[in-house]
Design a protein around this ligand. Structure first.
Ligand code: NAD
Length: 453
């Protein structure tokens, strides 16, 4: 009863009513660091744990291991205020924590596409001996439906005496705008079946709830599944518009006009309707694969999402062929300038980026690749052998036969196309992100190809 029955008005049993929420965040990666920085910005105290001692040392010295706008500012401020600390040893902080978040990686398991939960379960084993007093263990990592229950089962086995509850709190932030997304969420989703844990989670997110962010409490299974369903839906939108882009090319329509027209319909929405070289990144490919796996095991296959995955795989291969066609059907002996290697701008993350498929294919076809990315060279260098790395877009274009825009970094939008053309030997420009106007590119002397128009 939302108006408050006698039952709901009764104060919920709460052993501790901490004025501050004391958090241990296990995993100082993208999600762990951003969440830790934002929770400390709320005023909570956070100890961020990572098993990589060099990362912890770097953070303690005030360094920031990833490129994410505003993250350095938040970390530095809260480090100065003493609200955030870093450690490679979880023992001291778990005992004093109200809330232990698991923000470790859940990569794709080799062979079967399932989410690899070994980091999650290892962290559970490590934290179990140190639990003291009522503690909420909460997954921020993206984990398959049923994982909270499994964590609970394992903890009951490891610490039958411990007083704890397991919650699911999937994270929806986007790399590149992670701080903004965390502070202005469309919703905060908490899977929880324990009153004391719900009290604590409400307290934790009160600063956002006070700013009218919806904090939704659902079952743990629903929270876990909702995260995968959200990513699969977004991946589907991308594969959808990529196929529509192909049809636009065949039929003489312009995909941007089509996307704007359908996106104006609020039932559809205008986000994620940008055609390109296929989705990538650290989440969509692995989460789509894991959801497919979960669904098959539950004997409730998601044929639509299986097709989304196929379309995306074919998309990356088709883009290499598109570049070859634009180059006159032959890439052997040609020099290709690749602008951008991350899966999207404003991040240095190259995990599962389309460039990791595209560039080796260009090399296999005999091209030499000169690449420039504003932030990802360090992460990409090892993954892309044989690439000549350059310090700017213009340097990459030097004597190139073909230039290819793979990531829509703003600095590429601002390039003077006449200058770019002037640096090149050839005149082929393949714009896989539609960042230039065809008329403008042609006026600069380019033989210009884009996507779906
Ligand atoms: P990441 O690889 O950047 O970071 C994971 C960190 O956990 C690493 O630094 C690793 O050293 C550390 N770690 C692993 N095991 C540990 C242990 N036992 N103790 C201490 N530290 C340990 O991963 P990420 O991108 O932050 O993703 C984390 C989770 O969040 C994944 O499940 C991912 O799917 C999910 N997620 C990611 C994003 C994103 O944009 N990156 C968005 C939403 C959800």
């Amino acid at each position: 009863n939302e108006l408050g029955s006698a039952d709901t008005l009764k104060p919920k049993t709460s052993i501790r009513e901490p004025r501050f929420v004391n958090i241990t965040m296990i995993g100082a990666g993208y999600v762990g660091l951003v969440s830790a920085a934002c929770f400390s910005e709320f005023g909570w105290t956070v100890t961020c744990i990572d098993k990589d001692p060099s990362k912890i040392e770097h953070l303690r010295q005030g360094g920031v291991p990833i490129y994410e706008p505003r993250l350095d500012e938040l970390l530095h401020r809260n480090l100065r205020m003493g609200r955030i600390a870093f450690s490679s040893d979880l023992a001291p902080s778990v005992g004093g924590a109200d809330l232990v978040f698991l923000a470790v990686g859940t990569p794709m398991r080799r062979g079967d596409g399932h989410a690899d939960l070994s980091f999650v379960f290892q962290a559970v084993e490590e934290l179990a001996p140190h639990l003291k007093g009522f503690t909420v263990i909460c997954t921020k990592s993206t984990v398959p439906v049923g994982t909270s229950r499994e964590i609970e089962r394992r903890l009951n086995g490891l610490r039958p005496d411990a007083d704890f509850a397991v919650c699911s709190n999937p994270e929806f932030l986007r790399e590149g705008s992670a701080i903004y997304d965390f502070m202005h969420p469309d919703r905060v989703l908490v899977g929880c079946d324990n009153d004391r844990a719900q009290d604590l989670m409400e307290r934790l997110y009160k600063p956002l709830a006070l700013r009218n962010a919806p904090v939704m409490f659902v079952s743990r299974e629903s929270a876990e599944l909702a995260k995968y369903a959200a990513n699969a839906f977004l991946a589907m939108k991308i594969s959808f518009i990529n196929e529509i882009a192909d049809l636009c090319e065949a039929a003489g329509a312009n995909v941007q006009e089509v996307a704007t027209a359908i996106g104006a319909d609020r039932r559809i929405g205008d986000k994620f309707l940008h055609p390109g070289p296929g989705y990538g990144g650290s989440c969509f490919p692995k989460d789509v694969a894991a959801l497919i796996r979960t669904a098959r095991e539950a004997r409730s296959p998601l044929s639509l999402i299986e097709q989304v995955q196929t379309v995306n795989t074919e998309r990356k291969i088709a883009m290499a062929s598109r570049i070859e066609r634009a180059a006159g059907g032959k890439l052997a002996g040609k020099s290709v300038a690749v602008l951008g290697v991350t899966f999207k701008p404003d991040t240095d993350d190259v995990r599962d980026a389309p460039s990791l498929t595209l560039i080796p294919m260009l090399q296999e076809k005999g091209a030499s690749v000169r690449a420039y990315d504003p932030h990802a060279r360090e992460n990409a260098e090892e993954l892309l052998p044989g690439v000549i790395w350059c310090g700017s877009a213009l340097e990459a274009a030097e004597k190139a036969d073909i230039a290819v825009v793979v990531t829509e970094w703003n600095e590429f939008r601002a390039l003077d196309l006449n200058t770019l053309k002037g640096r090149m030997r050839g005149d082929v420009l393949v714009d896989l992100r539609n960042i230039y106007l065809p008329a403008q590119a042609r006026a600069a002397g380019f033989n210009y190809t884009s996507v779906g128009r």
